[in-house]
Structures are given as structure tokens and as C-alpha cells.
Design a protein around this ligand. Structure first.
Ligand code: ADP
Ligand code: MG
Length: 498
């Protein structure tokens, strides 16, 4: 398996990548104030005196934000630090009225953890790979400056100011754009399962700072650059590709990489220098005197642990080992929390109304969801969330196939009608007279007619052309308008051709 390499004039280069992901915490209120956090509100309508940094206002940590960060830490098997502390990171910027951001530098809430990205041959990821996560700390988000509202003025919207962020810092363990993409997708899936961040990159609730360096394979790490606030998985991959090639060109051209902050331009897929990198001492970090250290009780951590849902890795394993699904199907069904939820509702209802084993119902449900339902949703430009057919109706349809009321091909027709009318499948089958017939008399008559109409083919079949059997089945089904029980058709044909 070839690993990702850049071909330079002086030989092959390896890319080293570490990601710092800012994830907005799902909570009703901000990290240190009671102001609301809902996205899309009128500017400056969700700003408390604390967020506006009025003199004398004191921050009070929001228990729910801490809880969400701890739950996230537990979901990546990280160490939870029972003692952590908030620090002030001092800088002046118009979107930050306090003049400092409350963050955690020295003692983060969450320590060392990891996340596993899965083998993906097409993407050049040869085997499952654990990516180290160094820490998750909690901090305030800043407001938003708007430079495009007025010819000469800039405006500020402080609604986002003070909203809780988790900063999730990976180890420099990734070695290709594809690995970084897989890491981000997996992290986003876990955040969504946990419910601690909605993972919506377009709305900016998840964004990545992309650290990239290059080296000759086996050498020490090179100097890195950091491309800030990249807001889609595709852009992160593009930024890495561009930045790695640029660094190789600079070094091979006799230049030197300086540690700096860069900006990504989504229109061109390129990065450009924004400022040389500040060091921690430039920010004059010090413990925030307005806040006591954060001390967690064991019972709080226990509660966080018990509140976690089954996570994607565990779910995938259970789908394969417990339900007998293929690895591929299990992977697709667990990639998004919503897909797994839909599938499990479909399966639960199917298992309740069918006489088949759970494994059989699971297989049929998975196949139907991934081919028929997904196919229809794609066509309609819809997602599972606004699917015109719900899991209960889907299960009813599959039950009609399982108990022989309709054939698989009739089920497709019924499904099309369900999508349009929203009617129950049993009603559609009844109204349209689509029930599968086990009336052997009618099928026998159809068989006799097909065989006499195709006497030449019957001769060939008897002469050893076995493949023609399928032709007879097809013709009989057609004559019966798809409503004959296929098993009975088979039996009667065999008898007739004897
Ligand atoms: P700082 O304290 O200067 O922000 P960190 O050690 O916290 O630096 O690293 C920030 C991010 O940069 C982490 O995600 C880390 O994995 C990544 N990183 C560190 N060194 C390198 C390197 N040489 N190449 C690529 N990424 C790196
Ligand atoms: Mg850092």
C-alpha cells in the first residue's frame, strides 16, 4: 500500500498534519452567562452584561457546558481532569469586549485521548489508525465583525461572544489529506452522536485550524504553518495539499519555512500569510482571578458517562457481530447518528410485526434502507430527516414482502406510491389489487399458455438449454402482472417442463 508522498526535485516528502478543531458546545446558555446561544437571531439580541464586559460583571461557569465537554472527552476515551483552571488570554480585538478570552492553557478539562480512523483503500488509508488527541479545553467564542454592511463602517454582532467552545487538539499524527478528512468526519460523527456539538461546518459551529509541515521520510518534524478557521472537510484537505506543496517548493528553492498563521481562500484553494505566529507569552496568560479552579466530583463524571449513547465504533461492531450485517453496510448505517436511529426504528418495528429472526429482518431492512430509500431520497433531494416515509411505514412494507403478500418487485411499485400519497402500504396493496396470488389454478393456466406459445423454446430447453428456465419464469410473472408467488411459479414450471 503506497502512502501519501509529495514528489519533489530532491526526492520524496512526507506531510505531517495536526488539527485544532473548535467545536461550539450545544447548550441553552453561554459559557459564563445566561444569554441564549441560538443561531441566526437578530444581531446583539443575545448579549448579557457579562458578554458585553460591563465593568464589575462576574463570570459564572455554566454546568451544562462543562458537562458537554466532559461527555465529549469520555467519548474519545480521554482522561478527564478532575481539577482544571481557566486562564485569561489577553488580546485586543473589536469582537472581544473583555480584552481577553477566558480559555484553559495550563490545566485543560480533558487530557489525552484518541480516535480511530478506518481503513479506506480508495483513499490510501491502508489500515485502521488511531489518531492521538492531546487535549480538549473549554473557552469562550468571540463575536462577529461585519465589514460588508456599510461603505465606511464595520459592525459587530456580539451574539456569539461568550458562547462555549471546545478546542480539540490532535497530535501531529496524520500523514495525508485523506487521513485528515477521515479524522474530521469521524470527530464530527462522534460529536453528533454525543450531542455536544451539531457539527455544522457551514454555520461555523465546527471549524479547524490546520497545522502542516513537511519532512523527508524518517527525518525530524519540520517547521509548521497553521491555516486558520477552515470550515469544510474538503477545504481542509485542499489547504493541506496546497500548503504541503508550497512548503516543499520553498525548501527546495533554498528557502526556509517560518512558523506563521495563514488564511485559506476557498475560491482559489490556496493559502496566504496572515501574521507571524505569536507565542504563548505574547498573550500574557494568567489564571483568571474571577474564577475558582474547576473541581469535578466523581458522581458528576459518572453521570456524564452514563448519559452517553452507544457510539459509532461500538454500534458498527454490534451490527456486524450481533445482526450479521456486512462490514460495509454497518459502516454506512453508523456513519451518522440519524441514519443509525432511523435504521434501528425500522428494525425494531420490523422485528415486532414480523415472524422472522432479528438477523433476517436486519438484513432486509438494511438493504432496503440503503438502496430503495436512499435512492428515492437522492432523487427527491431529501434526507432521512424529511423523508416522506417514516420507519413504521417502511417496516410495514417490508413485512408484506416477508410474509409473501407481495413480491419484491411489487414492493418497489408500492413504495413509489407511498412516497407520493403517504398511504399505508397495506392500503395501497388492497386498493390497487396488488396482492400476490397463490391461486395455483390461475398460475397453472398462465404456465400452460406460455409453454404452448413458446414451443420452440421448450424444445431447446429440453435439449439442454437450462438458461431458458429464467425466461419462462419471467414470462409467467409478466402474464400474472407480477402478482404470482415466485416460488409457486417455479414449482409449477418445473412440473410442466418435467
Ligand atoms: P502551540 O502550543 O504552539 O499551539 P501545539 O503543540 O499546541 O503548539 O500544537 C498545535 C497543533 O499543531 C497541534 O494540533 C499539533 O498536533 C500540531 N503540530 C505540532 N507540531 C507540528 C508539526 N511539526 N507539523 C504539523 N503539525 C504540528
Ligand atoms: Mg495550541
Amino acid at each position: 500500500m503506497s502512502s501519501y508522498r509529495i514528489q519533489g526535485a530532491t526526492g520524496e516528502w512526507e506531510v505531517v498534519i495536526g488539527l485544532e478543531v473548535h467545536a461550539q458546545v450545544v447548550s441553552q446558555a453561554k459559557l459564563f452567562s445566561g444569554a441564549a446561544t441560538a443561531f441566526g437571531a437578530e444581531p446583539n439580541t443575545q448579549v448579557s452584561l457579562v458578554d458585553a464586559a460591563m465593568p464589575g460583571m462576574l463570570p459564572v461557569p455554566n454546568r451544562e457546558c462543562i458537562r458537554q465537554a466532559v461527555r465529549t472527552g469520555l467519548a474519545i476515551n480521554a482522561q478527564i481532569n478532575k481539577w482544571s483552571r481557566f486562564d485569561r488570554k489577553n488580546y485586543f480585538y473589536a469582537d472581544l469586549p473583555q480584552g481577553y478570552q477566558i480559555s484553559q492553557l495550563y490545566h485543560p478539562l480533558v487530557g489525552e485521548g484518541e480516535l480511530v480512523i478506518e481503513a479506506d483503500e480508495k483513499a490510501g488509508i491502508a489500515a485502521d489508525k488511531a489518531i492521538g488527541i492531546e487535549r480538549i479545553h473549554v473557552e469562550q467564542d468571540a463575536g462577529k465583525l461585519m465589514h460588508d454592511q456599510h461603505p465606511t463602517r464595520s459592525y459587530v454582532d456580539l451574539n456569539r461572544s461568550g458562547v462555549a467552545l471546545m478546542e480539540i487538539v490532535s497530535r501531529p499524527d496524520m500523514r495525508s489529506p485523506a487521513e485528515a478528512g477521515a479524522y474530521l468526519r469521524k470527530l464530527r460523527a462522534i460529536l453528533r452522536y454525543v450531542g455536544s456539538c451539531d457539527g455544522n461546518m457551514e454555520e461555523g459551529s465546527m471549524r479547524a485550524d490546520v497545522n502542516v509541515s513537511v519532512r523527508k521520510p524518517g527525518d525530524e518534524f519540520g517547521t509548521r504553518t497553521e491555516t486558520k478557521n477552515v470550515n469544510s472537510v474538503r477545504f481542509v484537505m485542499q489547504a493541506i495539499e496546497y500548503e504541503a506543496q508550497r512548503q516543499v517548493d520553498v525548501i527546495e528553492g533554498g528557502g526556509r519555512i517560518v512558523q506563521e498563521t495563514r488564511l485559506f481562500n476557498p475560491d482559489t484553494g490556496t493559502t496566504r500569510s496572515m501574521r507571524s505566529k505569536e507565542d504563548a507569552h505574547d498573550y500574557r496568560y494568567f489564571p483568571d482571578p474571577d474564577l475558582l479552579p474547576l473541581v469535578l466530583e466523581d458522581s458528576f463524571i459518572e453521570d456524564c458517562l452514563h448519559s452517553l449513547p452507544e457510539l459509532p465504533d461500538a454500534k458498527r461492531k454490534r451490527y456486524v457481530e450481533g445482526l450479521g450485517l456486512s462490514d460495509y453496510n454497518a459502516r454506512v448505517l453508523t456513519a451518522e447518528a440519524e441514519t443509525a436511529r432511523w435504521f434501528e426504528a425500522l428494525l425494531a418495528e420490523g422485528a415486532r410485526i414480523q415472524k422472522k429472526s432479528e438477523g433476517e429482518v436486519a438484513k432486509a431492512s438494511a438493504n432496503w434502507l440503503l438502496s430503495e430509500l436512499y435512492g428515492a431520497l437522492n432523487r427527491l433531494g431529501k434526507t432521512l430527516e424529511d423523508s416522506p416515509v417514516n420507519p413504521e411505514r417502511g417496516a410495514e412494507l417490508l413485512a408484506l414482502v416477508a410474509d409473501g403478500t407481495i413480491s419484491g418487485s411489487i414492493a418497489k411499485q408500492v413504495f413509489e406510491i407511498m412516497l407520493e400519497s403517504g398511504d399505508a402500504p397495506a392500503k395501497i396493496v388492497e386498493d390497487k389489487g396488488l396482492k400476490q396470488t397463490t391461486d395455483t389454478g390461475a398460475i397453472e393456466a398462465a404456465v400452460a399458455k406460455i409453454l404452448s406459445d413458446n414451443a420452440d423454446k421448450v424444445e431447446q430447453y429440453k435439449g439442454g438449454k437450462d438458461a431458458l428456465f429464467g425466461f419462462f419464469v419471467g414470462q409467467t410473472m409478466k402474464a400474472m402482472q407480477g402478482k404470482a408467488n415466485p416460488q409457486i411459479v417455479n414449482e409449477l414450471l418445473k412440473k410442466a417442463l418435467g
